[in-house]
Design a protein around this ligand. Structure first.
Ligand SMILES: Cc1cc2nc3c(=O)[nH]c(=O)nc-3n(C[C@H](O)[C@H](O)[C@H](O)COP(=O)(O)OP(=O)(O)OC[C@H]3O[C@@H](n4cnc5c(N)ncnc54)[C@H](O)[C@@H]3O)c2cc1C
Ligand SMILES: *[C@@H]1O[C@H](CO)[C@@H](O)[C@H](O)[C@H]1NC(C)=O
Length: 327
């Protein structure tokens, strides 16, 4: 595992525990250490950030709520510089972009950004662009950087553009584009079904819930992948689950290894019954994954990208369209 990834895995308990707020609703008190001590002993992204910044004050500013400075502009393409990358699986990579270290990205939960890359010129000689949405998975309160987790398709236009980027290259980004307005405690139970890189919007939301000590929502994630090696950021997800009683995860894979202990095959009715909250007014089920999974679980989104009809196993199990959101 690369140093960058280890830092991300290690950063999970610091960034997402309630320790920075000096209180904890969790039964696990191992992270209740004074802020200064945390920075000193655990390292992680904030440690990294400490050294990458010329202004040491930023480390203490993690919870500062009154900073109006944001890096994104919903009406303007802005260039962000690639700072660091790390392999997360054989076909998925993490990209860290940096910006003004006194600014936040400017992202509400749950939102994505759009990126564009030049792909030649049109007949009149104007640049042509490919545009694709991606979901930042770094803490929206983090200053000076954001992270994208991107699956690299061998023939994918944008993802191959990302794959070829070098440290110091810039990418044009615009946003945020809000997908689902999340407010703390808006539902008692949040169930999530994710496939592959469909984990990104879930991570954004999971972290928002878990870092807020006043948010008592229960979050249950069902995460489907081809094989155990394809599970993205498993160590980070497991760390979050181990340190937060209101978050649990169940993995399922199509091709289990010999010592695999999770589920086998597609997301099933049985997995939903055992792992996710029952249908009800206080339940929200979020779904994000490849078209095949969407079809099987909830029905895909409509062609115009509206939610479309609910079908699949969620409908069969009694969930209604009001209870389900497709990213
Ligand atoms: C709101 C939102 C958020 C997203 N967030 C993320 C994220 O955080 N991380 C992430 O990795 N992705 C995310 N995506 C997906 C991302 O936007 C791109 O769709 C993805 O990266 C592929 O783009 P591409 O240009 O690389 O590939 P494309 O060139 O669009 O092709 C994608 C793949 O499909 C194949 N393909 C293309 N056209 C066809 C066709 N007609 N028939 C069969 N196969 C075809 C290509 O060979 C390639 O393998 C998100 C999408 C949405 C809508
Ligand atoms: C990252 O993955 C790519 C593609 O699988 C591989 O060529 C490269 O060597 C890997 N880099 C590291 C540092 O492991």
């Amino acid at each position: 595992m690369s140093l960058f990834l280890r830092r991300i895995a290690k950063a999970a308990p610091i960034a997402f525990s309630n320790a920075f707020r000096g209180e904890s609703k969790s039964n696990f008190n191992c992270f209740r250490v004074p802020v200064g001590a945390i920075a000193a002993i655990t390292g992680g992204i904030s440690y990294y950030y400490y050294f990458s910044s010329t202004n040491l004050v930023h480390l203490e500013a993690i919870n500062e709520e009154n900073s109006p400075k944001v890096a994104l502009n919903p009406d303007k393409w802005i260039e962000f510089k690639l700072h660091e990358t790390a392999n997360v699986s054989h076909n998925t990579k993490l990209f860290r972009f940096t910006f003004d270290p006194s600014a936040k990205l400017g992202l509400d939960i749950a939102s994505c950004v759009i990126t564009r890359a030049p792909i030649g010129q049109d007949d009149e000689g104007k640049p042509k662009y490919v545009i694709r949405p991606y979901t930042p998975i770094s803490d929206p309160d983090a200053k000076g950087y954001f992270d994208l987790l991107i699956k690299l398709y061998p023939e994918g236009i944008m993802s191959q553009y990302f794959a070829k980027l070098k440290r110091g290259d810039v990418v044009e980004v615009k946003g945020p584009i809000e997908k689902l307005r999340y407010t703390p405690n808006m539902k008692k139970h949040i169930g999530m079904i994710a496939g592959g890189s469909g984990i990104t919007p879930m991570l954004q939301l999971i972290e928002a819930v878990l870092k807020n000590p006043d948010d008592s929502s229960q979050v249950s994630l069902l995460y489907a992948n081809v094989s155990p090696d394809d599970i993205l950021l498993k160590q980070k997800i497991d760390t979050l689950a181990a340190s937060h009683p209101n978050f649990k995860v169940f993995y399922t894979v199509d091709n289990p290894s010999n010592n695999w202990r999770g589920g086998e095959g597609f997301v099933s009715k049985d997995m939903v019954l055992k792992g996710l909250p029952r249908p009800g007014d206080d339940t929200l089920i979020l779904v994000c994954g490849p078209p095949g999974m969407m079809k099987h679980v909830s029905g895909d989104k409509a062609k115009d990208r509206s939610q479309g009809e609910l079908s699949g196993i969620l409908k069969d199990l009694g969930y209604t369209e009001e209870m389900v959101y497709k990213f």
